[in-house]
Design a protein around this ligand. Sequence first.
Ligand SMILES: Cc1cc2nc3c(=O)[nH]c(=O)nc-3n(C[C@H](O)[C@H](O)[C@H](O)COP(=O)(O)O)c2cc1C
Length: 375
Amino acid sequence: MGMSRRSFICGGLAAGVLTLGAAPLLSSCARRRRDPDQPSGLSMEKMPELDDQSVAILRHASLAPSGHNSQPWYVKKKGRFEWVIGADPARRLPAVDPRNRELLLSIGAFVENLSLAAGAHGYEAQTKILAAQPSAEEILGVFLKGEKANEYPMARIVSRRTVRNGLKSTEITKSDIEKLGRPLEGNFFYFPRNSEHAKCLAEWAIESFREQTNRDEAQKELASWIRFRDKEAEKFRDGLTPESMEITGFAGWWVRNFYGPKDVMDKDFRRRGIDGTAKIAREGGGWVIVTSRGEKVADLVETGRNFERMFLLARDLNLAIHPMTQTLEEDKWRQEIGKQHGPGMIPQFVLRIGYLDKYPEPVSLRRPVSWFLRG
Ligand SMILES: Cc1cc2nc3c(=O)[nH]c(=O)nc-3n(C[C@H](O)[C@H](O)[C@H](O)COP(=O)(O)O)c2cc1C
């Protein structure tokens, strides 16, 4: 399909979109689980400087999704019930996220998990944005105010994960779309798999992935976040592992034992990535675009929070969510998608969505709370 035909089809994205809300928009052998010592995700970490409840709340917060699983957060303790949530400059992704957009969305997801876990432990998490710019380090303050514990199902937070394979082609039911859209209040747009818009989003996802894969700077950055060896994964407890990238069977074993960062720069590795992406981009029940009204720190944190609430609901509905962010990272595609929406509707997530036969167990790693707690 040539560029002109693609542009033509995609040009229709603004009109007649099936949206929720009124506005027009536009493994290896899976040997390793997330944490063998803490299968429930509930912390058994003992820290002299934090009470058990706080450790459990922060542990749940840290199960949030983040770009490349960079876990860009740190927490500074100000008092028994007062924390500052910061963005760790060493965990930025300058090659794909130079403006810290994804970093702030990820921190938003962290704060949402924190708030949900705090609620279940009998606290209301009151938050206040501290950062004036996306480049600031201290993003927001949290104060935990005692109140009656609610019954939020914490198992949802523990069992949510990104799923990239096995998405069925069934369209998502109207009632499920309504449920998922609720936390995002008019910033959630679903495109069923057979719509022209969905086909266009799939093409864009593939083309932007290809563009990014051929950009050495982005590929080098990706390589630095892949933990090929089990030992490395244990040491860092972040980034992407063969398991979390869903490289399964013999290929997973091979990659885990014989691959290294240099291979990521090879033509063959890049080609396999593109081929794999082209295959999965055409699977699933359709696409979702999540938008925000503004681009300030508060808008991005808020969008990350609401996105995470939606992601957690999706887990209960047996629905896979797969962010395919290259469309929003590569200039050409971001500009193209930017043309398709009106003011106050800024695309922040491009997600593939689909029902699963069985929701797999989470496998991506997390740093212990003590590693991201400061002072
Ligand atoms: C802002 C953001 C962007 C992401 N972009 C991608 C992406 O382009 N491709 C992908 O496969 N996963 C993407 N993810 C998913 C992360 O890789 C995933 O959350 C992380 O590895 C942790 O795994 P988990 O979600 O299973 O806990 C993204 C997540 C976030 C929050």
